[in-house]
Design a protein around this ligand. Sequence first.
Ligand SMILES: Nc1ncnc2c1ncn2[C@@H]1O[C@H](COP(=O)(O)OP(=O)(O)OP(=O)(O)O)[C@@H](O)[C@H]1O
Ligand SMILES: [Mg+2]
Length: 403
Amino acid sequence: METALFAICPFCRARQDVPEGQATAGVTCAKCHRRFTMRRPEPAQATPATAPVLRFERPHGVFERPTMVERSVQAVTRTNAAPLAATAPAAPAASVAKAAPALAPAADTEEETGPPILAEPDAAEEQAAAAALRSIKSQLAAEPAPCRLPAPKTAKARRIGVMLSKGGVGKTTTAVNLAAGLAGLGKRVLLIDADTQGQCAFALGVAPAKGLAEFVEGSADADTALIEARENLWLLGGGKGLAGLKRLISRKDFGGERTLDDALAALDARFDVIVVDSAPGWDALTVNVLFYVREVLVPVALEAMSLQGFSEFLRSFAAVSRYRPELSLAYIVPTFLDKRVRGPAALAGELAALYPERICPPVRYNAKLSEAPAEGRTIFEFAPRSPGAKDYRALANRVAAGA
Ligand SMILES: Nc1ncnc2c1ncn2[C@@H]1O[C@H](COP(=O)(O)OP(=O)(O)OP(=O)(O)O)[C@@H](O)[C@H]1O
Ligand SMILES: [Mg+2]
């Protein structure tokens, strides 16, 4: 009979079948080519009810040795007097996931069920995550107290930049669905795409002829450059034309960093909220976005490289905010939470401990979120009852409340 074993790569989350003979060996992911290790649960451990002497239960098996992130979670939760598996080895597999209940949504999705998963991040991934967390903690320690929280609502439109230099962390997915969620709450929302990839238009199933570049350069007025993509939701599209805008900004002798702010200020009166989707990397346009928005929302994919990118971004953010004291790192949104792999939930817990006021409910890994753009629909239109829709609805509510 064919084996039912499969593994989820802890880095890119690609599913792959595991041949029987390979189940205890290191594996190179077929998609991202990174290596991870796997362990097969001992036969006696397969049924927890008959095997009480278990120490660390993970979605993919039961292990006696804690991982680095589990040790971190233990340290954080020890003060809460929660019974820890490691200190009560005779208890039947106390789940470390209980350490952060708010960050462990109910398993109501097909992605969170199925046969056991054997993958766990290898030591290098854990060390990289730990190093990134140390760097974030040291920068947090250097931050002046009290923390700047989102500015109170004023008559001006709120301007929220969705930003992180690391690519593929869910910026566009978050910007589009946050904007749609806020529009659904009755806010008049403008979504600005400040990325040459121009994927906001694709995700909304529209094809604007003009956009941000033309509007800022003055070759299109607001009526031409903005398109009404949905009820209450307008788009100022991005795309390749932004390359020219970057050159225009770079050629300015002074004040280039305020080019967007100068050009877009007049739009404030028309909208309640302006959401800006930014590009990966760091260039003249990214700096302009930071000089334009007042609140920054950072989606952080729950893996080491994204945390490292967050740490880098914090440095750049601190440099800009010296010139813009009103700029606020307002929301941190953990993305790609996958309950089946222990690492992401533990990292979400660590972020929540570091940023208790700014952390938002996490966005779970949900395949519907990656399918919706191909249909040109938001997650609320494409799969309104999916975990992705629930998570982005919760995020929109949180942002709308301004808390
Ligand atoms: N929670 C999620 N679950 C599953 N897939 C997701 C999720 N969030 C985003 N994706 C998918 O991951 C990919 C990267 O997401 P997205 O384009 O939003 O990232 P990004 O940060 O905007 O990338 P870039 O830096 O290139 O602009 C996309 O294919 C998207 O559909
Ligand atoms: Mg993007």
